[in-house]
Design a protein around this ligand. Sequence first.
Ligand code: ADP
Ligand code: MG
Length: 701
Amino acid sequence: MTDIFRTEITYLKGVGPRRAEVLKKELGVETFDDFLNYYPFRYIDKSKFYKVKDVTNDSAYFQLRGKVTNLVSVGDKRTRYITAIFSDDTGTIDLVWFRGLSWIKKRFTPDNVYTVFGKPSVYKNTFNFVHPEIEDYIEGEDELVGQGLEGIYSSSEKLKNSGLGSKGISKLIRNLLNQTGESIRETMPDYLTKHYKLLDRKQALINIHFPENTRIIDSAIKRLKFEELLFIQLQILQNKQNLREQITGVRFGKVGDYLNDFYRDHLPFTLTNAQKKVVREIRADMGSGKQMNRLLQGDVGSGKTVVALMSILIALDNGYQTCIMAPTEILANQHYHSISQLLKEMNITLDLLTGSTKKAHRRKISEELENGSLQLLIGTHALIEESVSFKNLGFVIIDEQHRFGVAQRARLWQKGRQVPHVLVMTATPIPRTLAMTVYGNLDVSVIDELPPGRKPIKTAHFFDSKRLKVTGFMRDQIKRGRQIYVVYPLINESEKLDLKNLMDGFEHIQRDFPLPEYQVSVLHGRMKTEDKDAEMKRFVDGKTDIMVSTTVIEVGVDIPNASVMVIENAERFGLSQLHQLRGRVGRGADQSYCVLMSGVKLSAEGRKRLEIMVRSNDGFEIAEADLKLRGPGDIEGTQQSGLLDFKIANLAKDGELIASTRQLAEHILEKDPNLEKPENTPLKQQVQLLQSENRQWGRIS
Ligand code: ADP
Ligand code: MG
């Protein structure tokens, strides 16, 4: 039996090839099923017409009927908007548009009657409607009134040009439901719909598009979210389960001299309990005979590096090669230096491979990888180039993996004869809901404790107008022997402008902190590697007091005496980046400070971000706040992955439902790993259907 919901959308009554093209381009709708799952984003009550005199400011929507006259364009080219007067037999009200002006100009004929639907706002003591919905009034439409709630679909300029504004879309979906409604199948077993009091699927789909009343909208949304999230989790977990069965991992059964020596003689501090716990988890996983796929989470400064290193030593003890892949050259360098430092008294071969590695050196690395004499390679994307091949790669660490695509990671896998164990590290914590979805088929280890003796960093926000005060504070800190970072954002609009911004700042600082009393370094991405290294070294050695730089110092840099971080244009940074930057200080015994500088004009969101930074030092809390603030679409690295294309659920808002459906999915699969029990047949069918449609969820990481 062919599935009617897989029918191409072009065959829906009222669509045809041209509209099908637009629907695909603008909404990604290709099949009946896609369209059925294109839901309204809000609902309005059009069951009643009001008169102008009845319009009040109680923030409700009003539907009016009347004429539109006196259309005028106001303002100059940049500030142009259009106003018009709307009137019925009881009075007038202003209409205002700021966008789509050329369309509005042509929209109205003076004597025609229009239906206007909008939310009144108060301006200069009268009401107006900004961007109201307008329709031609059709004689006899009053009879349609009473249909009540109408779903509003988001549309676009191109869709509207094809007659597919919200109304047009709604009409087509009406056709779709008429044609297919009877075929809508239940995907949930009875025991679940009963236990969770879920609306049946057909009712849910009909009512999400054409609700009978407000109450049922909530039930429909709940049901559809539940379904979406449960099936995502079933796919992720089944996939994880399958991988574990299919892939034989290298068994790292041995604990040998490298780890023991390091632990006994070279570890520069006592591990925190959290670090010990995580090392144990990793060791157990790598020794299990299954392939490890693990996410290592820990706040900035929690000591992930040493945990990574100890995991590497386990692999080396078992005779395998290892590598660390970092997203930037600077970070790769940092890893190389800090790990070289930790290993300096041990007899382990390691090397660094980045875009700047010279040809001859490259060749040497290749040789040593192939003959097995190189034990640990640290590098950037350069690691996954064709020419690199290992003799026996057994363990891969990917730092900040979200910047790597799935395909890139897969290429690393092919570097060895066996599938290596994989440890993914993120620079700052990621929200819980992301850990359960985007990273959902990784096991998770969390370092939830900072090394002892850290003083919480004091963070303050200053407007640029208070710069003198900040300068005074900086001088005082330098007098006490401290060093200071001053960081400028990379805005990416134009490299030239960014650089100018930084160099202007550098000049200012040189003026405020003159030679010979003060020494100032500068560091940015355009500098040659040797120069960067030289500047960095001057700062590390304490020869300069201030390091002016772009975000190149964001990652990895570890200088305990640098205890003040000044972030310029702080409003331009994302929260996790701010937190990551702040993590560069607070590494020594002294009280550390983070100063966030900004202009006075702040967006509401910018202000919120700075408030959160001032309030909290906790990366996990900040990650959650970030997700709430920005919504899931903007989380770094997730856009291109297409993994967050939820149809109805929301990563930022549905945390609880994500957690509970994950638990439920775990519970179901624990008892019935292949969904073979009769009561789970609907689940099995739907999972198979989703997988055959090549939905992404099964295949992450
Ligand atoms: P991150 O998790 O941000 O990568 P690092 O691994 O760079 O953190 O560690 C931050 C700093 O803390 C480093 O200077 C490191 O040497 C130090 N450190 C790590 N673990 C401990 C510990 N258990 N006790 C004391 N210092 C530690
Ligand atoms: Mg680190």
